[in-house]
Write a protein that binds this ligand. Structure first.
Ligand SMILES: C[S@@+](CC[C@H](N)C(=O)[O-])C[C@H]1O[C@@H](n2cnc3c(N)ncnc32)[C@H](O)[C@@H]1O
Length: 202
């Protein structure tokens, strides 16, 4: 989901994924362009959330992007714990650690079977029916109606990721032709952080 052009805005990138294959995919998709542009990058295989305190301390002025990660939190709840309780606690901890940072996230909000959208449309950014959607009022009813949801949809329990006034963007994504994800993207500008001075060019 990371556009190479967006990555090129940074001077330095430290990426983390728990899947050993992710580093090869990242290098394959972005490596040549980053090298040509002189962007320094390092890929770490490991648990980014468990390592977050150390990463934040090692990169005190870095922006943080949680890239399509938080929507999966509920699946990591231990069998004995309600996924809603587990996810709420994890999100609160992540937000506490990121307080004062400039950070963003793109994550699943809802997913489920839908009859009304064609996978041919690729990866559309939804045309919002809300003039300025925020984390507090994010649901794009027009998109949901057009999708013609069928059956039961999954709540990924990520409705409380951003502070209420954060501008958000909805994204419709076809996991399969008849099974869609409704994602949310947003960027939190910490008032005490004017820019990512060390790790980005912008
Ligand atoms: C939906 S995929 C998104 C992949 C990629 N970030 C993108 O946006 O194209 C979710 C990714 O999160 C990774 N992941 C899940 N839990 C993680 C964790 N605790 N630390 C690091 N990576 C994790 C998975 O290995 C998987 O590659």
């Amino acid at each position: 989901m990371l556009p190479t052009e967006w990555l090129l805005r940074f001077d330095s990138i430290h990426a983390v994924d728990i899947d050993p294959l992710a580093r090869w995919l990242f290098a394959w998709r972005h490596g040549a362009a980053l090298k040509t542009a002189g962007v320094r990058w390092h890929y770490q295989t490991g648990d980014a959330l468990a390592d977050l305190p150390r990463l934040l301390s090692a990169h005190p002025k870095a922006c943080v992007l949680l890239d399509n990660l938080l929507g999966q939190l509920r699946f990591h709840a231990p069998a004995w714990q309600d996924p809603a309780v587990y996810t709420a606690y994890q999100l609160a901890e992540i937000k506490r650690m990121l307080h004062g940072r400039e950070w963003g996230s793109v994550h699943d909000l809802l997913s489920g079977p839908a009859a009304g959208l064609s996978a041919d449309v690729g990866f559309p950014v939804a045309q919002s029916s809300v003039s300025s959607p925020t984390a507090e009022h994010p649901v794009d009813v027009a998109w949901l109606a057009a999708a013609q949801p069928r059956g039961e949809w999954l709540d990924h329990l990520t409705g409380q990721v951003f502070p209420a006034t954060t501008p958000v963007q909805g994204i419709a994504w076809a996991f399969r032709a008849k099974y869609w994800h409704w994602l949310q993207a947003g960027w939190v500008h910490a008032s005490q952080v004017s820019s990512c001075r060390v790790d980005t060019k912008s």
